[in-house]
Design a protein around this ligand. Structure first.
Ligand SMILES: Nc1ncnc2c1ncn2[C@@H]1O[C@H](COP(=O)(O)OP(=O)(O)O)[C@@H](O)[C@H]1O
Ligand SMILES: [Mg+2]
Length: 263
């Protein structure tokens, strides 16, 4: 198997920041430091702390400062504190990775009270040009602060999640996300031309602005097999084959949206 490249979330963020357009769509992201966490909570009210080299939502913690109390959520558990010091003492017990990053929290759109975000797949096509091959919506497991399928998230056709909220502008939002995927692919492949595929996690905030939460350099195709349109997973798998990647065309971890029959 090819060596995994660009695993560090911080490194990917820094590379993307070299493109000034792209930089506007990345929430403020820094290496975790105690004082920075405190000041970012004062400033933004909500932040996410994540392992720099994590995946599948493991170890991703949402932290909030509400009035003068602090609260963090890890998995289904929520902990509340009256001081920053007591919160941080508890929080650091969860730190079992080497490096962590801190990112400004984005208030995700919600469907039936549960937050959702999107995964955009972009791949090199048979002509070696970057092409967006699929977008899916991921609805968080009830009571969780992460949308990952492996954390109990449910896969939706993106329009189904967006259209009740914004009606006519659904396709504009989807096009905007595709543009960001193309900018990201061009930017990262400047320094890493061996890249063939990327999976972008994109949140849409309440003003409909997209935010790139992270970019996966070895994205899982499986969840795309849960979309109603079977052509999407077929294309993803076919393009993968051309550059020597074997993608699974089934999914075991994420849930399928109710009533979304295939074919
Ligand atoms: N800055 C953020 N604002 C809001 N939600 C976030 C933020 N960062 C992460 N999340 C939530 O946590 C999930 C996992 O975070 P992500 O950065 O994608 O790490 P992983 O590599 O573990 O998937 C995201 O899909 C999203 O639902
Ligand atoms: Mg992710």
């Amino acid at each position: 198997m090819a060596k995994r490249i660009l695993v560090s979330k911080m490194l990917k963020t820094n590379l993307m920041h070299n493109n000034p357009t792209l930089a506007k769509y990345i929430p403020l992201t820094k290496r975790l430091k105690r004082d920075l966490l405190s000041s970012m909570l004062d400033q933004h009210g909500m932040v996410y702390v994540k392992p720099d080299q994590g995946s599948q939502g493991n170890g991703v913690i949402r932290i909030e400062k509400i009035n003068r109390s602090y609260r963090y959520q890890n998995g289904l558990q929520i902990f509340t504190f009256t001081t920053f010091n007591s919160m941080y003492a508890s929080l650091r017990k969860h730190f079992n990775h080497k490096k962590y990053i801190i990112q400004k929290g984005i208030h995700l759109l919600k469907h039936k009270g549960r937050p959702f975000d999107f995964r955009v797949m972009i791949q090199r096509n048979p002509k070696r040009k970057w092409e967006c091959t699929g977008t899916l919506g991921r609805l968080a497991h009830p009571g969780k602060a992460v949308t990952n399928g492996s954390q109990g998230g449910t896969i939706y056709d993106p329009s189904l999640l967006l259209s009740p909220l914004i009606q006519t502008r659904t396709s504009a939002v989807l096009r905007h996300m595709n543009r960001l995927a193309h900018l990201t692919a061009s930017q990262l492949s400047q320094t890493h031309p061996q890249l063939n595929e990327l999976g972008l996690d994109i949140a849409i905030d309440r003003s409909l602005k997209p935010w790139i939460l992270e970019v996966n350099t070895s994205p899982d195709a499986g969840p795309f097999s849960l979309l109603p349109n079977p052509k999407i997973i077929r294309t993803i798998v076919a393009y993968g084959k051309i550059y020597g990647k074997h993608h699974r065309s089934s999914c075991t971890k994420a849930k399928k949206a109710p009533g979304s029959s295939r074919g």
